[in-house]
Design a protein around this ligand. Structure first.
Ligand code: HEM
Ligand code: HEM
Length: 189
């Protein structure tokens, strides 16, 4: 949220938006390689032991939590808006960054949602054998495999887009030396 400062809208994201950004970013940065390691161990090496099962359970649990965090973050963003664009950006840079941000939001919702639909179809809803996630649909294993394949491909697409996004943030900070990264840094007032 842009905080008011002497009648002027703030140039940086509000504390809540920045916290939610960095929690989501950390979750995605950990979950994509962890998801690939988990399917490599299970599907490729065909090792289905307690460690593989724990990796799948942790993936389902954290992915499920990310979904709700992103839903909250998106609602907050839609209600409170964002600070005005960094003034030195060209119209093309503004349009490009908005497009990437909204694509990231879309993928942040669709990827975990497809994971949840996939494990509902399989069905493989248990988390550490302690409880089940709620089922979203009736079982259909063939469809589960198709949905989980799309889930994995879109997760990789999101990771690639996030790499471009991170590259852009670093370019702004270290090469253009403008205020773009500062807008999102934690610990600012
Ligand atoms: C932001 C959240 C998530 C990210 C970034 C993510 C990422 C990934 C990645 C990278 C893979 C490996 C794909 C591959 O090897 O081709 C994967 C697989 C998988 N994910 Fe997720 N995931 C998320 C959320 C979820 C959720 C919420 C669930 C279920 C509740 C879930 C269930 C699965 C399952 C079952 C697989 C294995 C699919 C297979 O064996 O082919 N994921 N995920
Ligand atoms: C080291 C990692 C990252 C850095 C340095 C970074 C940096 C930034 C910066 C500076 C902004 C504000 C841009 C602006 O105001 O024009 C931003 C916004 C955003 N970032 Fe990141 N980011 C990182 C990782 C991620 C990841 C992994 C995701 C999700 C997959 C993500 C999703 C978003 C979204 C959706 C916005 C738009 C926020 C809004 O306007 O509501 N970021 N990021």
């Amino acid at each position: 949220m842009a905080q008011a400062d002497q009648g002027q809208p703030a140039r940086i994201y509000g504390a809540a938006a920045r916290h939610m950004h960095w929690i989501t970013a950390a979750a995605v940065i950990v979950m994509v390689p962890a998801g690939l390691a988990m399917t490599y161990r299970g599907d490729t090496l065909n090792i289905w032991d307690a460690t593989t099962n724990a990796m799948y359970s942790a993936h389902k649990l954290f992915g499920f939590l990310v979904l709700w965090l992103v839903a909250g973050r998106l609602a907050y963003r839609l209600l409170k808006g964002a600070p005005p664009d960094e003034p030195t950006l060209t119209p093309l840079q503004k349009a490009g960054s908005h497009l990437v941000h909204w694509l990231l939001y879309g993928l942040l919702l669709v990827v975990p949602l497809l994971g949840w639909i996939g494990v509902s179809l399989y069905p493989s809803l248990t988390v550490f054998g302690l409880f089940d996630l709620p089922a979203l649909t009736a079982p259909n294993q063939q469809r589960a495999e198709a949905v989980l394949e799309i889930h994995g491909k879109l997760a990789i697409a999101m990771a690639l887009l996030a790499c471009a996004h991170i590259g852009a943030a670093l370019y702004h900070h270290f090469i253009r030396r403008d205020g773009v990264l500062r807008r999102m840094l934690p610990g600012l007032k």
